[in-house]
Design a protein around this ligand. Structure first.
Ligand code: UN1
Length: 497
């Protein structure tokens, strides 16, 4: 394919100033999917200027009208779901059913945030003085810099772009260098939905373009999803410049299985959470914390499930697991195999690059006899690698669950309601599941994590609006006289008697 993916600035598809291009590759067969313009700071500056000028009008468009545009985005996305899903599968590798789910999350978010156009709720509260009114309203902020990963190339950007837009901000988006074609297809949807020029801008490129976006003085908010290492760098830079930041970073999520669990349900959920998306979700299960009694049977059943997974091109309906995203990811996951063995973990299945001529395929991998504190039990691998840790009881399970540098998602399988509620109380991750794997968060609820996963912000749901709004508190005094509130309410009230 000789298609050139361009930047989208002020409503038009344009090339980068430098003329530089890079390739986006299909990880299942290593063919070039498209050429892509490679942006530098000058392209980012153009995009920010477009967003800044569009902001003046966009923030004043009544929010219900902004919402109508988002509803159109939802409708067009629905019509193009299959087309965009196929493109995303070819660009980042996960199977078609999963890229369909990825697009569906964006559709859900577009309807949800479109509805916010008629809410964006603030509040009123009683005030201390007579003949005075107080309210708190959400205000737009300005230009938002959006930096997103490749693993959910439509859903994750939608969690940032849609709430930022409904709140009245304008956007410059730098998608991952692995998925620019999917990003361009998503941006085309906004164009076709009638979003005014300059409100959403796309700049394709590498980390240098992302850094230019973070550093640009007219970008007031930065929202980032990606690796902890990059995210912390973004945070440090943005902090120096006094910007508002939302970070969603790594995970080291666990499923806890108690002896009394529904066995078949647990096996299915673990298989899906560990090996779905080739383990490349920030919510993926990479640790299995198992009570002693059920462990041997569970490991045996999971090994069978892992062996039955069919690797291949995600477009092939027979395929149940696609490749890793790129050669670097393959090298990283492969590198962890030696680390695991050196630390004394026991390989049960997988553990190596799959036998394909082309593509970045890695076998679904299961390690038993993993001890709490080993590197494979603490570090995010971001591949189809599951570590089994044996525990004696629920207390130990929760302690092991909570003791990692990350805090995104956890799950407990038990039929005991008391154990379930204790876990809900004592687990310290941002998302907790009972009798369900660690993936599958819905857009109505806050998404995000504690510790090294984030910076205390959340995406999606009502909480997601906090990233893109500032509170404005408004006092309206209709008494027609000086009311010296906070001098001494008693004496002021007496004066007025
Ligand atoms: C991610 O991996 O960055 O909860 C997002 C889930 C999906 C989103 C994952 N809804 O697994």
């Amino acid at each position: 394919m000789s298609q050139l993916i361009k930047n989208y600035i002020h409503g038009a598809w344009v090339e980068a100033h430098s003329g530089a291009v890079f390739d986006t590759i299909n990880p299942a067969n290593e063919t070039v999917l498209a050429h892509v313009v490679r942006s530098d700071a000058s392209d980012v500056a153009d995009a920010v200027a477009a967003a800044k000028s569009a902001y003046a009008k966009w923030r004043l468009m009544p929010a219900p009208r902004r919402g109508e545009i988002l509803f159109r985005v939802a409708e067009i996305l629905t019509a193009r779901k299959e087309e965009i899903a196929r493109l995303a599968t070819q660009e980042m590798g996960k199977i078609l059913d999963e890229t369909r789910g990825d697009v569906q999350e964006a559709i859900d978010m577009a309807y949800y945030m479109g509805g916010e156009g008629r809410r964006l709720l603030g509040y009123t509260a009683p005030v201390e003085m007579p003949n005075k009114f107080g309210m708190a309203i959400r205000d737009s902020v300005g230009v938002v810099g959006v930096i997103t990963p490749w693993n959910f190339p439509v859903a994750v950007p939608s969690w940032k772009i849609l709430p930022a837009l409904i709140a009245g901000n304008t956007i410059v988006w730098k998608p991952a260098e692995d998925t620019p074609a999917t990003a361009a297809a998503f941006v085309q949807v906004f164009h076709d939905a009638g979003l005014p020029a300059g409100v959403l801008n796309l700049v394709c490129g590498y980390g240098d373009a992302g850094a230019a976006l973070v550093e640009h003085p007219d970008v007031r908010i930065v929202t980032f999803t990606g690796s902890t290492q990059t995210g912390i760098g973004v945070y440090a830079k943005a902090a120096q410049l006094g910007k508002k930041v939302t970070l969603e970073m790594g995970g080291k999520n666990a499923i806890i299985v108690m002896d009394d669990a529904n066995f078949d349900l647990a096996v299915q959920a673990i298989t899906w959470s560990a090996y779905g998306t080739t383990g490349q979700r920030c919510t993926a299960t990479s640790r299995l914390i198992v009570q002693r009694g059920i462990k041997p049977r569970l490991v045996e059943a999971l090994a069978e499930k892992a062996k039955a997974i069919k690797l291949g091109d995600g477009l092939d309906p027979e395929t149940t697991m696609g490749p890793l995203v790129n050669a670097k990811a393959l090298a990283k996951v492969s590198g962890y195999m030696d680390v695991a063995k050196a630390d004394g973990a026991r390989l049960v299945v997988g553990g190596k690059k799959a036998n394909f001529d082309k593509g970045f395929f890695f076998e679904p991998t299961l390690f038993d006899d993993v001890k709490h504190g080993m590197r494979i039990e603490q570090e995010e691998i971001f591949g189809p690698v599951l570590s089994v840790i044996e525990v004696a009881d629920l207390d130990e399970a929760i302690a092991v669950n909570n003791d990692t540098p990350y805090g995104l998602s956890s799950s407990l399988f038990t039929e005991n309601v008391n154990a379930a509620f204790r876990a809900i109380r004592d687990i310290t991750t941002g998302i907790v599941y009972i009798n369900h794997g660690t993936t599958g968060a819905e857009i109505q609820f806050p998404f995000g994590g504690t510790r090294g996963t984030g910076n205390g912000m959340r995406e999606a749901g009502q909480a997601g609006l906090n990233s893109f709004t500032e509170w404005k508190s408004v006092y309206i005094d209709f008494s027609g006289r000086l009311q010296r509130a906070q001098i001494d309410t008693d004496s002021v009230l007496k004066e007025q008697e």
